[in-house]
Design a protein around this ligand. Structure first.
Ligand SMILES: [Zn+2]
Length: 149
């Protein structure tokens, strides 16, 4: 086995940070035409701008060369296709114990959530104008990005 990613310095060479979903149909770098070394990538269920995502983006902007931020949820996302109660019930059935206390951050309205998430980045006091921020939806069936905000 060869390892051809040695020697990178850890900054985002293309100045890009991505926030996207953990979905296995998404190859984040390929989705935006970048290569290893080019971008910071933060993933979670739904591709949401959570407090942890904001921590990563602040670090990216100030210490890791990030100048463009893309928030990219996707079509047919499980986190946008069920209710919180349904996800809790399914996890509870799998676990065999009560899961009603666990928060999953299900998204009732994906585009509304994307507007809110992009606004959260744009108005963050440590990010603001220091980066260009866009919100897109990735179509897992066509491989295309659609700009929303
Ligand atoms: Zn998803």
């Amino acid at each position: 086995m060869s390892f051809d990613l040695a020697g990178f310095d850890g900054v985002a060479a293309a100045g890009v940070a991505l926030v996207t979903c953990m979905d296995s149909r998404i190859d984040p770098l390929r989705m935006v035409g970048l290569r290893p070394g080019d971008a910071k990538i933060f993933r979670n269920p739904g591709g949401r701008v959570t407090p942890q995502a904001l921590e990563a983006l602040v670090l990216g902007v100030h210490l890791l060369n990030v100048r463009r931020i893309l928030v990219v949820p996707h079509t047919r996302c499980a986190m946008a296709s069920a209710t919180e109660a349904e996800v809790r019930r399914r996890v509870g059935e799998s676990a065999g114990v009560d899961a009603s206390w666990q928060r999953f951050g299900v998204v009732p309205d994906q585009e509304d959530a994307l507007h809110q998430d992009v606004a959260a980045v744009r108005t963050h006091p440590l990010i603001g104008d220091r980066a260009t921020v866009g919100g897109f939806v990735y179509d897992v069936d066509t491989g295309l990005l659609r700009r929303v905000v």
